[in-house]
Design a protein around this ligand. Structure first.
Ligand code: APR
Ligand code: PHB
Length: 391
């Protein structure tokens, strides 16, 4: 098999890259080691920045998003028994976020690729990448008894944090930066009407909690638990009782309860690898960086990476210039570190840390009071939350 750009991973990064390359008249093959069903049913995040929504609309894959996405012009910070609305729309000159499940983004992009004759290999086994330091790298995988080789000019490593691409770079080339948080998120999906119009980020003595949603009858909720917590210790009733405590307000907020259809625990960490390129391999999305979900940035950062990468490939194939490809890592890392800062800041401001003392708790509350009480501070949160301007 031969193509121009071989892409490993059919998540938001890999699929959006293949879609953008197609629109630029460039060929690609996506190699995914999971089944199509698995990739499309995986419950993950669901907040799209303005820039991500605009890109999906501009490139013709925003139809269902426009029909089913929930546009939010604000969010609530809740602490000390009171809620405070951050007016994202007013503070950013008219930008908003859209609630739309990551699995739907993956479905829309997969459908668009296949409808346009795109090549996506699902359930590829034993995927490996080769000759990364040459101008003719390749992706190899097993399809049943057959071993298939995809010869390409470049490889885009969009295979997430646990993929094969980043570990295939020789030792000593990449530098890793990380921060592991001493807690995790227990996330759930419940078949019940959301208890508020907009997202609620709650800082509470007992730990953080987040109220989000997927549709008018599907609620998504998260609560902070210990890093090594077992889901078995959290029967549904205990979850609902704990969430009710952490969202409680002086004016009697009641959380609506319903059947929990999915729940799981995700550890929290921040991770960046530099550079995001090695020879003919370009890393994008979770393959190169992980953010804690408190800032709702993971998916949006992956899309921002491939937007830069698609432009760089297009420049190479139209003009022969490698300038944008050479600058890819530096361009992306400028945004990656700003987004890392914002995600770390939101996490630090809203979670309980086991090593904190009474001083730290007062300081945390004072920071929240400052953010909701200062136009400048709430505007800073808002402009980061709706998405920093694209390069
Ligand atoms: N070979 C082929 N595919 C692989 C391999 C492999 N060895 N390992 C992983 N994959 C696939 C995964 O099954 C997944 O479909 O690569 C894809 C990576 O997708 P994501 O993990 O979603 O990563 P990315 O596309 O970078 O999107 C990142 O989206 O899911 C949100 O919040 C999440 O921040 C994350 C963001
Ligand atoms: C979600 O809806 O899944 C969600 C929302 C906001 C976050 C993280 C996840 O910060």
């Amino acid at each position: 098999m031969r193509t121009q750009i071989g892409i490993v991973g059919a998540g938001p990064a890999g699929l959006m890259l293949s879609h953008l390359l197609h629109r630029a008249g460039l060929e690609s093959v996506v190699v995914e080691n999971r089944s199509r069903q698995y990739v499309q049913e995986r419950v993950r995040a669901g907040v799209l920045e303005q820039g991500t929504v605009d890109l999906m609309n501009e490139t013709g894959v925003g139809g269902r998003l426009g029909r089913e996405g929930l546009v939010h012009r604000g969010l609530e910070l809740r602490f000390a028994g009171r809620g405070h609305r951050i007016d994202l729309f007013a503070l950013t000159g008219g930008k908003a976020i859209t609630i739309y499940g990551q699995n739907k983004v993956v479905e829309d992009l997969t459908d668009a690729r296949l409808a346009a004759g795109g090549r996506i290999v699902f359930s590829a086994e034993e995927v490996s990448v080769h000759s990364l330091d040459s101008e003719s790298p390749s992706i190899r995988f097993r399809a049943g008894a057959e071993t298939v080789e995809v010869q390409c000019d470049f490889i885009a490593g969009c295979d997430g944090f646990h993929g094969v691409c980043r570990p295939s770079v020789p030792a000593g080339v990449l530098t890793e930066f990380d921060r592991v948080y001493p807690f995790a998120w227990l996330g759930l999906l419940a078949e019940v009407e959301p208890s508020s119009e907009e997202l609620i980020y709650s800082r509470h003595e007992r730990g953080f909690a987040l109220h989000s949603m997927r549709s008018p009858d599907l609620t998504r909720l998260y609560l902070q638990v210990a890093r090594d917590e077992e889901i078995g210790n959290w029967p549904d009733e205990r979850i609902w009782d704990e969430l009710q405590r952490r969202f409680a307000t002086h004016d009697g907020f009641r959380l609506k309860r319903g059947p929990i259809v999915q729940k799981g625990i995700t550890p929290m960490h921040s991770f960046v690898v530099e550079p995001m390129q090695y020879g003919s391999l370009f890393l994008a999305g979770d393959a190169a960086h992980i953010v804690p979900p408190t800032g709702a940035k993971g998916l949006n950062l992956a899309i921002a990476d491939v937007r830069v990468l698609a432009r760089a490939f297009s420049e190479f194939y139209t003009s022969g210039s490698r300038a944008a490809l050479t600058g890819y890592s530096e361009t992306c890392l400028r945004r990656v570190w700003k987004v890392q800062r914002f995600s770390w800041w939101m996490t630090s401001m809203l979670h309980r840390f086991e090593d904190e003392n009474a001083f730290d708790q007062r300081r945390q509350l004072a920071e929240l009071e400052y953010v909701v009480g200062s136009h400048a501070a709430s505007q800073s949160l808002a402009e980061n939350y709706v998405g920093l301007p694209m390069d």
